[in-house]
Design a protein around this ligand. Structure first.
Ligand code: ATP
Length: 361
């Protein structure tokens, strides 16, 4: 199937500043795709170029196979939802949603039908006559979303639309947004610097760094098999163990970490003896116990810090020579306190090796 969006060698410079650097990206129709990265990595610029609000310095942008690089925003079948919603304050909810439909020249009956359908989708049927300032933040967000979806765009662009909401409402809206995307089957292109938000909603996450794609994939792949130190650090909590390869053992690699021999999954690489690599070990993959585990990687250590976090407890365990492993345990599972000895262990296949440099895939 033809991709709905294609960035073809797209570069955007602002003077000598390279905001987006040779971006190549194809997006399948009906997917929730998130551009994720730190401030300044070029994600908003990419979105704005797709919306037609910025012109690439070089390269092409295609929408449903058609080159739209030089097509103005109002002539592209995309719509954008901004962080501040930008609802028309003097128009009621129904009129706000109807706006794009009137521009399109639809007849009154069709407009009415479409507005009712969209209000129902977000359970705002009873709010049609309210003004934006008579709504809660979450309700305003839903109206902004429905206004943008009303004209049936090929792609809906969302630039950090949830960042103005408080943490609880934000989480609720993440679930709702994903549900709306699934119900409508529309392609959503979402921009955020919040990795948790990206993991919650996306079919595909595109991690950007310095105007380039660092890695792209589904959330569980990016979390479980990060391709670079940048991605491992940016997505979730992690232990990065700089190690030296000893040799291959089937799908596993034996490595020396601080004088301790450990094993990890090869992660698609072909590590050579003597090579320096990082082992990515997530805190929740580590088991802590009073007695020595009978299999897998195991190291005796000392609890340096124990922090109660409600539904879990985090333990920082010192394992020789100042090296510390951060672990995450169920509060009832481990009774030991700071200063106590403890064994840490993990299954080799739950850890993976990544190159000791930034990998561009
Ligand atoms: N209009 C502009 N003029 C000059 N430089 C710009 C302009 N817009 C963006 N930039 C620069 O381009 C780079 C990428 O900016 P962009 O807004 O795309 O990043 P971002 O990843 O969306 O960051 P944020 O999350 O902070 O919005 C940044 O270094 C920024 O300073």
């Amino acid at each position: 199937m033809e991709p709905v969006v294609q960035f073809d060698h797209v570069t955007k410079n602002y003077g000598s500043q390279v905001a987006v650097d040779d971006l190549n990206l194809s997006i399948e129709a009906g997917k929730f795709v998130t551009l994720l990265g730190p401030s300044g990595c070029g994600k908003s610029t990419s979105l704005r170029m797709l919306g037609g609000f910025e012109m690439p310095t070089s390269g092409r942008i295609l929408l449903s196979g058609k080159d739209v690089t030089r097509v103005p925003p109002n002539k592209r079948n995309v719509n954008i939802v901004f962080q501040d919603y930008a609802l028309f304050p003097h128009m009621n909810v129904a009129k706000n949603i109807a706006f794009g439909l009137e521009l399109k020249g639809l007849d009154n009956k069709s407009i009415h039908r479409r507005v009712s359908e969209l209000l129902e989708l977000v359970q705002l049927q009873d709010y049609a006559n309210r003004l934006p300032n008579e709504l809660s933040g979450g309700q305003r967000q839903r109206v902004a979303l429905m206004r943008a979806l009303a004209p049936d765009p090929d792609v809906l662009l969302l630039d950090e639309p949830l960042s103005a909401l408080d943490a609880k409402l934000r989480q609720q809206m993440q679930i709702e947004l994903k549900a709306i995307q699934e119900k409508t089957g529309k392609t959503f292109m979402f921009v955020t610097h919040d990795q948790e938000e990206a993991l919650t909603m996306s079919d595909t996450i595109v991690v950007m760094n310095n105007g380039r794609i660092e890695q792209m994939g589904d959330p569980s792949t990016l979390y479980g098999r990060p391709g670079s130190v940048f991605v491992a650090n940016f997505i979730g909590e992690t232990n990065l163990l700089r190690s030296t390869v000893l040799g291959a053992e089937g799908n596993l690699t034996a490595l020396d970490w601080n004088g301790i021999t450990i094993k990890a999954d090869q992660g698609g690489l072909s590590p050579k003896a003597g090579e320096h690599l990082y082992v990515v070990l997530r805190p929740e993959s580590i088991h802590c116990s009073a007695t020595e585990p009978t299999s897998g990687n195991r190291i005796k250590g000392k609890i340096r810090q124990r922090v109660f976090k409600g539904n879990h407890t985090s333990l920082a365990v010192e394992v020789g020579d100042g090296a510390v492993l951060n672990t995450l345990v169920h509060p009832g599972d481990v009774a030991q306190l700071a200063g106590d000895d403890i064994w840490v262990g993990w299954k080799p296949e739950t850890a993976t090796v990544i190159p000791d440099r930034h990998a561009h895939r």
